[in-house]
Design a protein around this ligand. Structure first.
Ligand SMILES: Nc1ncnc2c1ncn2[C@@H]1O[C@H](COP(=O)(O)OP(=O)(O)O)[C@@H](O)[C@H]1O
Ligand SMILES: [Mg+2]
Length: 256
C-alpha cells in the first residue's frame, strides 16, 4: 500500500528525517512512535504531500507519488488528520464532515439547470453519507451543533469522520488521541478497529501506548529523524534501545 525508500528531509541545517525506509501493507494498522521532534509529523506530511522530501521516494499502490500535491493525493485515496485538530468553527458538525467529501464531488454546478438538479441530489447523498459517518464515530446527536461549541475530544472525532468522508484507502492520523480522556481513548480504539474492519489501511502517530499496543500490527520507532526500530508490538516493547530512547524502564512490566 505504502513504501518509503530512504526518505530524508532537511529544514535549513536541521535533519528532520534521514534515510527512513519501511512499508505499510494493505489492511494494516502501523503506529509511528518516538520522542517529540523525532520527525513523525514530518513523515506524515511527506506522505500526504504537505512537505516535499529532500531525498528518497514514496510509492503508494505501486505508483511513485514523491512530491505530489496534497489535493492530488487526496483524490488517489490518502486521507489525513492533523496534530492540531482543524475544524471550521462557524459550521455545524455535519457540514464539517461534508467538507471531506468534496474532492469526490462529481456534479458541475456551472453547467446549467440539469446539472444543478444533479448537484442538489448529490448534496443530499453527501449529507446522508456524512450523517452515517457521524453515527459511526458516535456523534450523530451533535450533527447540528456549531463545531466551535464542541469539546476537544469530539472535535478529534469530527476530524476523523471528515477524513473518512473522502473514502480514503490509506488514512494518516497525527496524534488523534491527544487530549482524550481515558474512556474516550477506549472508544477511539474501537473506532480504529472498525475502520480497519472496513478495509482501510492506517498509519497513525500516537503517544498513548495503550492505544498503540492494542490496535497496531506493527510499530515504527523514530528518533532524531532516523528509524530506530520496526517490529511487532511485543518486540518493540522489549527492545532495549526503544526502552531507553522513548518508552522508559518498567514499560513492558506496566503494560503486561
Ligand atoms: N516546517 C518546519 N520548518 C523547520 N523545522 C521544522 C519544520 N517542521 C518540523 N521541523 C523540525 O523538524 C523536527 C521534527 O519535527 P516533527 O516532525 O514535528 O517531530 P514530531 O512530530 O516527531 O514531534 C523538529 O526538530 C522540528 O522542529
Ligand atoms: Mg508531531
Amino acid at each position: 500500500m505504502l513504501n518509503l525508500n530512504k526518505v530524508g528531509r532537511q529544514f535549513g541545517g536541521l535533519v528532520a528525517l534521514n534515510d527512513v525506509s519501511f512499508n505499510v501493507e494493505k489492511g494494516e494498522i502501523v503506529s509511528l512512535i518516538g520522542p517529540n521532534g523525532a520527525g513523525k509529523s514530518t513523515l506524515l506530511n511527506v506522505v500526504s504531500g504537505f512537505i516535499k522530501p529532500s531525498f528518497g521516494t514514496v510509492h503508494y499502490k505501486g505508483k511513485n507519488i514523491t512530491g505530489s500535491d496534497p489535493h492530488q493525493l487526496c483524490k488517489t485515496g490518502i486521507g489525513r488528520t492533523f496534530q492540531i485538530a482543524k475544524v471550521f468553527k462557524q459550521m455545524s458538525v455535519l457540514e464539517n464532515v461534508m467538507v471531506g467529501y468534496f474532492p469526490r464531488f462529481k456534479s458541475d454546478i456551472f453547467q446549467g439547470i440539469l446539472q444543478m438538479k444533479k448537484a442538489r441530489k448529490e448534496l443530499d447523498e453527501i449529507r446522508e453519507i456524512s450523517y452515517e459517518l457521524l453515527r459511526f464515530v458516535g456523534l450523530e446527536k451533535d450533527a447540528d451543533t456549531l463545531s466551535g461549541n464542541l469539546p476537544y475530544g469530539k472535535i478529534r472525532l469530527v476530524e476523523v469522520a471528515r477524513a473518512l468522508a473522502g473514502d480514503p484507502d490509506l488514512l494518516l492520523l497525527d496524534e488523534p488521541a491527544c487530549g482524550l480522556n481515558s474512556s474516550e481513548v477506549l472508544q477511539f480504539i474501537e473506532i480504529l478497529k472498525n475502520i480497519q474492519a472496513n478495509g482501510k489501511t492506517i498509519l497513525i502517530v500516537e503517544h498513548d501506548m495503550r492505544l498503540v499496543m492494542s490496535v497496531s500490527q506493527r510499530l515504527v520507532v523514530l528518533k532524531n529523524g532516523e528509524l530506530l526500530a520496526i517490529g511487532l508490538p511485543k518486540e518493540i516493547k522489549e527492545n532495549e534501545e526503544v526502552i531507553s530512547a522513548y518508552l522508559g524502564k518498567g514499560f513492558a512490566y506496566a503494560t503486561n
